[in-house]
Structure formats: structure tokens, C-alpha cells
Design a protein around this ligand. Sequence first.
Ligand SMILES: Nc1ncnc2c1ncn2[C@@H]1O[C@H](COP(=O)(O)OP(=O)(O)OP(=O)(O)O)[C@@H](O)[C@H]1O
Ligand SMILES: [Mg+2]
Length: 248
Amino acid sequence: MLDARGVTLRFGGVIALADVSIVVAQGELVGLIGPNGAGKTTLLNAISGLHRLQSGSIEFDGRTITGLPPYKIAKLGIARTFQVVRPFATLTVRENVAVGAMFSGARTLGRAEALVRAVAALEQVGLSAKATYLPSHLTMSDRKRLELARALAMRPKLLLLDEVAAGLNQTEIVSMIEIVRSLNQTGQTIIMVEHVMKAILSLCQRIVVLQFGKKIAEGTPQAVVSDPNVINAYLGARFAKRHALAIG
Ligand SMILES: Nc1ncnc2c1ncn2[C@@H]1O[C@H](COP(=O)(O)OP(=O)(O)OP(=O)(O)O)[C@@H](O)[C@H]1O
Ligand SMILES: [Mg+2]
């Protein structure tokens, strides 16, 4: 479904992505991990068209999307959540989600149809009871759900998640994991950027690891977390020890 090859992106002197390739098949849930500043968000931005590549190419659903503007890429079926959630403050939760629905897909939806979609998306993330709230009245956890619902209302073929579990407590993390799991189980293809390893390990079929803009590892969760390069670059020895104990 997604085939990004040799993606290279610089910000002035900073090489944010250096020759990164990532392939995602339909129905897969792929994790993207790595230290702060590794280029994870930049890779999601590159896929969704927010940054121009210095070199490399991105194919989605059999067509080249390199260089297309973000709205066109969204219309082709790629939706993403943002690491920093910024809903429209004067719109209700349901209206915020409806805005996402309106401008997705081949045609622009009317208000009524967009609201119906919003209701369905809020259901998927367990936020129906707060549909008429203003975003300022939501907890961090609910704001993350709102952000997810906004992307889901676009009915994307590929969903890009940027740290949907960040800032949540243990109970909230568990419910977010269950939401993402059920999305994937109903066929949603997902790339998930996340520092919460519990979420990554319990959800992902495959993990890609970035460090300083380079792909340093890729494989099954088990293979990746026991890779010495990944332990040195990101996870740390304590994590490795705990994990080794946990999997016996
Ligand atoms: N718009 C920008 N302009 C200049 N530099 C940027 C920009 N966006 C990102 N960078 C730089 O690119 C590098 C990669 O940043 P990115 O935000 O992709 O990291 P990340 O892996 O998402 O990190 P985190 O885990 O902290 O979210 C960093 O050095 C960052 O400072
Ligand atoms: Mg980031």
C-alpha cells in the first residue's frame, strides 16, 4: 500500500531523514520508534506531503505521491494525527471531527453527512458521550481520542498516528491500545509513532527504528527489542533486561 524509498530530507544543515525506506502492506500495523529528534514525525510529515523531499520517492496505492500537496494526499486516503493536538476551540467535539470528514475523499461532504460520519468516528474511539463538549473541557486522554476520531472520520486507507499514547496514564494507555487494536483488526492499515513501548510491543506486527534520521533496524518486535543497536540507541540496558525477563 505504501512504498517510500530513499527518503532524504534536510532542514538547513540538519539531515532529518537520510535515505529512509519503509514499505507497508494493506492491513499491517507498523511501529516507528527511535530517540527524540530521530526523524519519526518528519517521516510522517513527508508521507503526508507537508515537507518536500530532497530525494527519494513515495508510492501510495500504486501511484506516486511525491511532491503532491497535503490536501491531495489526504484525498487519496492518508490521514494522520498530530503529536500536538490543536482542535478548533469554538467548535464542539463532534463539529471538530466533522470538519475532518468534510474535506476528505473525492468529493466535499455536506454538513449533515459529515456530522453522521463524525458520530461514527466518535463511537469508534469511545467519545460519543462527549460529542457536544468544547475541546477545552476534555482531558488529555479525550483530546487524543478526538484527534484520532478526526483522522478516522476521513475514512483513510492509511492512518498515521503520532504519539497517540503520549501523556496518558496506565489505564488510559490500555484503552488507547484497545482502540488501535480494534481499528487494525477491522482492516485499518496503520503506521504508529510511539515512545510508549507497551503500546508498540502489544500492537505492532513490525517495527522500524530510526536514529539521527537513519533506519537502524527493522523487524518483528521480538527481533528489534533484542537488537544491540536498538538497545544502545534507544531502549537502554534496563529495558532489555526487563524485556528478556518478561519473555523468559
Ligand atoms: N520544521 C523544521 N525545521 C527545522 N528542523 C526541523 C523541523 N522539523 C524537525 N526538525 C528537526 O529534524 C529532526 C527530526 O525531528 P522530528 O520531529 O522528526 O523527530 P521525532 O523523531 O519525531 O522526535 P520526538 O520523539 O521528539 O517527537 C530534529 O533534529 C528536529 O530538530
Ligand atoms: Mg515526533
